[in-house]
Design a binder for this molecule. Sequence first.
Ligand code: SF4
Length: 286
Amino acid sequence: MSQQTRIATVLPYYDRWLKRFPDWSSLARASQATVLRHWEGLGYYRRARFLHDLAKAVLRRPDRQLPSDPLELQKLPGIGDYTAGAIASIAFGMSAPAFDGNVARVLGRLLARHGRTPSLKELKEVAGSLVPQRNPGRHNQALMELGALVCLPKNPLCRQCPLRCVCPSQKKLPPPQKPRPQPTRMEERILVVRRGNSVWLTRQHPQNRWRGLLLLPTTQTIDPKSKARARISYPFTRYLIAASVHILSRPPAGFIGRWFGPPALRKATLPAPHRRALALVKKKPY
Ligand code: SF4
């Protein structure tokens, strides 16, 4: 949950999630719609689908348990190198590195010589050799937190850093990395199709975005005479979407969907931008 999302945002979702899905079998047995509904608002729904697939994969294992070996973990859905190391070390006490961007930055600055930072491959090897047998999870978390809270990408807080006595970069940082590319701006039209208090929802999106969720129909083009009732913008991967919200009385051609009255609409799993678009043009609380 905390990949790409701040811990403070995650905590209430985490508590609710564990109440609803306290073990692998309750998660595996749930429908995808139920799983996505419990994720609504967190974004990056791919993570929820991976967790759902992971629960099913764990139940197919002979011992119906998550393995502790990092290589075995990486064979499961949604678990890559970093996550495998984090689970193995934090949950099972295995001496495995959890090598993420924060750890790479800390080690890169610590090991920089004459302005040259070791390659990622070299840093990863060093990260692996540093993990102790005792409390490997605590070691990994300390390194990740140091990168996240002290050895910041732009202005590291070297005066507060416990490694400042051995760090050659504290006064002279290696040249900053290339700035992140600006997001590509994209326009779209979000259609709120209304009949009384009911709203028509589909599962189709032109770019297959938000697979498995219920959606307001979305299109790139619309009758130029149709007036926008509201405008919203939101980030999606490397795009910044500028969307105008339009009201229709009939479903658009080419979409498959159905009507939802207020109670069903409240329970439906909609992506946060669509929930926001709906709220902006609402007549009564949905
Ligand atoms: S001394 Fe500064 S640059 Fe070096 S690891 Fe600490 S925060 Fe990062």
